[in-house]
Each structure stands twice: as structure tokens, then as C-alpha cells.
Design a protein around this ligand. Structure first.
Ligand code: ADP
Length: 647
């Protein structure tokens, strides 16, 4: 078995569980009040019945007085009814609150992901950590949510122990009668000590063994995680509508089914190792645990019956003592089991907190970005070099350039030449490794981060739209980030469609070339996109989606507009239409246009040619083409055969 977890000390177990408990208590205090009360009532209810039934039995076996019997019956029924009513009430209360746990947990992780530096979001280590946390949650229920169960069980077991201890004290105190012969041995303090020691020993051994078994179960989680990952990929693979065509054309379903059979194969599949362990050491540990806890029952019966035989107490008390000692053992085992589970869970909690504690290292400047109605924002790259975190190779090397206000700049180059990285640095998704980027002569790190980000509207190649109304797609989020860019324009206060500027949204859609499409939509701006959240939603083509994304960036009305392969999903007619109306679309903004298709950059004032992380050429299309043997003309000639018509 692969043991993939480090041994965590009890001190660390305490610290991790305490932190997780405090986190939950802060977020949902009433859940802990309701479940704590429920646990106390659940633990004590059996003792009410046990105590009053014992008194009833003693009276029946003894003096049989009617008024005393009636009194015990009334007390027994009344206390039982009151306790069960209170328990039912607490149960409903805590269950109503518990239903929100999952959502709260998910929200916590999502918020962290949203607040993180982009560099951390882009880091595979972050995703690996998150996938481990999710895997543990889904496969075995370990993780932060488990804290609530541990809390409830711990309170219940502790109160079970207190209740049992109160009812058991007299078992050891009441002596066997002197005439009982050898049974008087049971009165000796030494004998009582040995008995107590044995009882504790047995009560601790059973949970210890089952915790060892649980640890072995968890030891299989890496292979299970791998299996789950493939399995769920394959399941989504069969159900994904986008794959339906490929699936039928190339019979990818056969491949998928074969892989699934391999995973589930009892002889060689992913479950194989765990199944063998269940028949071997892991199963053995659980079996021993069950046997030990059963032997405890025999032992208790023997001790209590011998004392009753020796005349220490009456028949009614036998049921009370047997019940109470069994509960004591159950409580003790329960506490130890919870402690064991808390230890096992600590490994996942450690990962959970490692995720929540991922630091935001990006320097958050405080300088306000000057608001300029003339959009004169000058940006300069000065000797900028960059390598991604945890990597050795420089992706950008010594890049220097100055953007001219209002200019249309194209960035071209082969895949992997550093174009997108250049944009990521410009938008300060990453900070430069060497050199500096200046906005109006000041290092961009000194500006308030959110305000600086508002200088740019970007249409990324892999942009995402939401399954909400067209208006909300276009206007969501604008106006929230503080920078008042366009005085006189009605502000929106978030994703609320009513607060958005409908007229401005319509203008942006028309400028992006969606006039005809919009005219065909009776719902207009209220048309819902996609059908994930509403059956009334409309499906849109890749080209339409791209135009909507362009309209969204226009609505946000930033001084810089960046378009990353904006026409990649458009058909040639739509692409041509975008080019010819490019000036109208961009207006007086500074535009940066990234493409590996050179013909689509000709309308730009200046073209930067990237190669292996450096700007190797700069100039207009004609100038660059004139430089025969230059990277641009080589790329142009290579692509010209596909775009012989000059578009
Ligand atoms: P382009 O946009 O020109 O295709 P990119 O800027 O995307 O090029 O990539 C430049 C280089 O940086 C490539 O070698 C790519 O593998 C690498 N790269 C891109 N993103 C990351 C990342 N998050 N971590 C490490 N390397 C990356």
C-alpha cells in the first residue's frame, strides 16, 4: 500500500481542528448551537429511560407499592416525551442549517480563487491542491465539512460518558454481601482498579484498531483519485453535447467504454489494490476492532451479574448498570474514534488551509490613476524581461517599446513567441521579472491595482460569456471597480440588468456588427444566452459570441482595447466586416491587436513582430514587407498562399 501522507503530531491536529472549528463557528454559529443541543439531548435520553425503568423494576421486584409505581411511570413518560420533543425540534433546526454547509464551503473556495493573484490561479500547483481537496471531499467526505460532524459526535460522546459515569458510580461503591463467599473479592479496591483498567483498555483498543483501518483506506486515495478522474472524465465525455459528433464519427465511445472497463476490472483495475487490502490487512483491522468491542459486552455482563449474585444490588439495577457501562464504553470508543478521525482528517485540513493561505504577493499600489477625458494614457515597456514563476527560461527578453496614444498596434508572431505573455504583463496579471512598465511615466506597480486594470478592455481568445441576459453579459461588473471613466453615462451597480445603460449596450452591439442579429431577437437585450440556467435561452454561434465579447469590451469603455485573435471564430465575411469597421469599433482608443494571421494586421498603424520572446521587427506592413529576409516577410510569404486574395 502506498502511504502518501506525513505523520501529523497531535499538537498540529489540535491546532488544525481548532482553526477549522473557529472558521465554521464564525460563519455559522447557530449550526453549532443547535447541533450541540441536539447532541446533548441525544446522549442523555437513554439514561432517563434506563434510570426510571430500573426504579420501576426494583419496586416491582420489591415492595410493589401502587402509588410509587404510578409516580415512576408518570415521571418516566413525561420526561421521555419532553426529551423527544426537544430532540425533534433541535434536529429540524440543525438540519435546516446543515443544508447550507455545502454551499458555504463551495463559496469559501470560490471566493479564495477569485481573490487570488492571477499568477496563483495560473499555477498548476494551485489546481493540484484544489483537486486534492475536492477529491478527498467527494470520495471519502474528509475536509472542512467534517468538522461539524466531529463537533456533534464529540459533544454527544462526552455527554454519554458523563451520564454513564453518574449512573455507574454506585456499581463499584455497593459491596457484595459478606456471606457471598469468594465473590467478596469483587469488593477489594485492587480488584476494582484491575477491572477499571481492563475496561479502559478494551474500550480504547477497538477504536484504535478501526482508526488504523481507516488510515489504510485513506492510503488508497491517490490511486482512487486517479481512477475517479479518468472515470468522471469518461462519463462527461459521453454526455458532452459538443463531443456528440466526434463520438459518432470516430466511434470514440468504444475507446471510452474500453477505458471504463479497464478501470472497473476486478483483477487489474484501479479498485483492485484496495479490494485486496479489504480482504487482507485492512479488513483484518476492522474485524479485530469489532471482536474486541464485542468482548467488552461479555465482560460487563459477567461483572454486573456476579455482583448482583453476591447481593450487592437488586434486579432493576442490573439493567441500569449494564446499560450505563455499555454506554460508557460506547462513549469512550466514540471519543477515541472521533479523535482518530480528526487525526486522519488533519491531512486534508492541512491542504485546505494551505489553499486558503495562498498569499497574495502582488504589490497593491495606492496611487490613483489620473482620469483623462482625452484618453492620453501613455504606456512604456522599459527593458522588460519575464519568466513564469517556478520556471527557468525567460519567455520575454529585454522588451522595450512605447505605445503611442490612439495608435492601432498589431502584435504578430508564431505560437509561443510571447504575444499573450506580453499582454498579461501589460494588464499586470503578472509583474515583470526585470525592467519596468510605466503608465504616464510612473511604474505601474505604484498604481491602485483595480484602477490600473480598468485602463484596459480585453477580448481574450478564450473569453467566456454567461448564461444570463445579453444586457447582463455586456454590462455586468462595469462601474463596480471604482474608476469613473465616462462622465454623463448612466452607471450600473453590478449585474443587475435594470441598472445598466441599455442605450449604450445597444450601441456597442451595433458597433460590434450585431445589428441584424439583434433585430431578429424579439427579446432584444433581454435575450438569455445559452440554456444552462433557462430553457428560454438561445444558442449562439462562435462568431456571434465573439462579437458579443467585443461589444462587452466596448461597453466597458477603457482607454486601451486589446483584442486577442478577435476574428478567430468568425467566417471570412464577418471577419472582413470587422476589419473594415475596425476604426469605427475602436474609436479614439489605443488598440492592440494580437494575431498570428498577418493579413489581418495590415490595417494597423504599427506592427510588432515577436520571435522567441523578443521584438525582432517593428514598422508598418509595407516597411516590414520591404525588409526581405526579415521574420515578417518570411511569415507573410508562408501565409500568403492561404490568403492570396489579400484579406
Ligand atoms: P503566444 O501568445 O505567442 O502563443 P505565449 O505568451 O502564450 O505565446 O507563450 C510564450 C511561452 O510561455 C510559451 O513557451 C509557453 O509555453 C510559455 N507559457 C505560457 N504560459 C505559461 C505559464 N502559465 N507557465 C509557464 N509557461 C508558460
Amino acid at each position: 500500500m502506498k502511504e502518501n501522507r506525513e505523520n501529523i503530531s497531535w499538537k498540529e491536529v489540535y491546532a488544525l481542528n481548532k482553526r477549522a472549528l473557529c472558521l465554521w463557528c464564525r460563519e455559522c454559529p447557530m449550526l453549532f448551537v443547535s447541533s450541540g443541543l441536539h447532541a446533548v439531548i441525544s446522549a442523555l435520553i437513554p439514561y432517563l429511560t434506563l434510570y426510571f425503568s430500573a426504579r420501576l423494576l426494583d419496586e416491582l421486584a420489591g415492595m410493589r407499592r401502587t402509588e410509587v409505581l404510578t409516580q415512576w411511570v408518570i415521571i418516566l413518560l413525561a420526561s421521555d416525551a419532553a426529551a423527544y420533543l426537544a430532540k425533534a425540534l433541535m434536529f429540524r433546526w440543525k438540519e435546516a442549517l446543515r443544508a447550507t454547509l455545502y454551499y458555504r464551503g463551495e463559496e469559501r473556495l470560490s471566493r479564495k480563487m477569485l481573490d487570488m493573484d492571477f499568477a496563483s490561479v495560473d499555477d498548476v500547483a494551485t489546481h493540484h491542491l484544489l483537486s486534492q481537496i475536492r477529491q478527498r471531499e467527494r470520495w471519502s467526505g474528509w475536509g472542512a465539512d467534517r468538522i461539524y460532524r466531529h463537533f456533534e459526535s464529540m459533544v454527544e460522546e462526552m455527554f454519554r460518558i458523563f451520564g454513564a459515569a453518574a449512573l455507574t458510580v454506585s456499581l463499584f461503591r455497593l459491596p457484595v454481601r459478606q456471606e457471598a463467599g469468594w465473590l467478596t473479592l469483587l469488593n477489594s479496591p485492587f480488584c476494582i482498579l484491575v477491572l477499571l483498567f481492563l475496561m479502559f483498555g478494551i474500550a480504547t483498543l477497538a477504536p484504535y484498531l478501526s482508526t488504523r483501518g481507516e488510515m489504510r483506506v485513506l492510503g488508497h486515495d491517490e490511486s482512487m483519485k486517479f481512477g475517479n478522474r479518468i472515470y468522471f472524465f469518461l462519463v462527461s465525455f459521453f454526455q458532452d453535447e459538443k463531443r456528440a459528433l466526434d463520438m459518432r464519427t470516430y466511434r470514440q465511445d468504444l475507446f471510452g467504454i474500453r477505458r471504463m472497463e479497464e478501470i472497473l476490472d476486478p483483477e487489474t483495475g484501479i479498485l483492485h489494490e484496495m479490494e485486496r487490502d479489504a480482504r487482507g490487512k485492512m479488513g483484518g483491522l476492522f474485524m479485530l476492532s469489532a471482536a474486541v468491542s464485542r468482548s467488552f459486552i461479555w465482560f460487563v455482563y459477567l461483572f454486573v451479574c456476579l455482583k448482583a449474585w453476591g447481593g450487592a444490588f437488586g434486579i432493576g439495577s442490573v439493567t441500569q448498570y449494564v446499560g450505563a457501562v455499555m454506554s460508557f464504553s460506547k462513549g469512550l470508543s466514540g471519543v477515541l474514534k472521533v479523535l482518530g478521525e480528526m487525526k486522519v482528517n488533519s491531512d486534508t485540513l492541512k491542504k485546505f488551509f494551505a489553499f486558503l493561505d495562498i498569499p497574495n504577493e502582488m504589490y497593491q499600489g495606492s496611487l490613483t490613476v489620473e482620469k483623462r477625458s482625452d484618453r492620453k494614457y501613455e504606456i512604456e515597456f522599459r527593458n522588460v524581461s519575464f519568466r513564469y514563476p517556478h520556471t527557468e527560461n525567460y519567455v520575454l527578453k529585454n522588451v522595450s517599446l512605447k505605445f503611442k496614444v490612439g495608435e492601432r498596434l498589431a502584435v504578430v508572431g508564431q505560437n509561443g513567441s510571447g504575444k499573450t505573455t506580453f499582454i498579461k504583463l501589460l494588464c499586470r496579471l503578472y509583474d515583470v521579472t526585470e525592467g519596468e512598465i510605466l503608465l504616464n511615466g510612473i511604474d505601474i506597480r505604484k498604481y491602485n491595482y483595480r484602477e490600473y486594470r480598468n485602463v484596459f478592455s480585453v477580448v481574450f481568445q478564450d473569453f467566456q460569456l454567461l448564461s444570463v441576459s445579453l444586457l447582463e453579459n455586456i454590462a455586468a461588473g462595469s462601474g463596480q471597480e471604482g474608476m469613473e471613466r465616462n462622465e454623463g453615462t448612466k452607471r450600473n451597480d453590478g449585474a443587475n440588468g435594470d441598472a445598466c445603460d441599455r442605450e449604450k449596450a445597444l450601441q456597442c452591439l451595433r458597433r460590434a456588427g450585431l445589428s441584424e442579429w439583434l433585430d431578429r431577437r424579439p427579446e432584444g437585450l433581454d435575450t438569455i444566452l445559452y440554456q444552462n440556467l433557462s430553457e428560454e435561452g438561445v444558442q449562439i454561434s462562435g462568431g456571434e459570441a465573439q462579437k458579443i465579447a467585443i461589444a462587452r469590451s466596448l461597453y466597458h469603455d477603457a482607454p486601451f482595447m486589446i483584442l486577442d485573435e478577435p476574428t478567430a471564430a468568425l467566417d471570412p465575411v464577418a471577419e472582413y466586416e470587422i476589419y473594415t469597421r475596425f476604426n469605427e469599433i475602436i474609436g479614439n482608443r489605443t488598440a492592440i491587436y494580437i494575431s498570428h494571421r498577418l493579413s489581418s494586421c495590415r490595417f494597423c498603424d504599427e506592427i510588432l513582430v515577436f520571435h522567441e520572446g523578443q521584438i525582432v521587427q517593428k514598422g508598418s506592413h509595407e516597411e516590414l514587407l520591404a525588409d526581405e529576409g526579415g521574420k515578417y516577410s518570411v511569415l507573410w510569404n508562408a501565409q500568403a498562399q492561404y490568403y492570396a486574395d489579400g484579406h
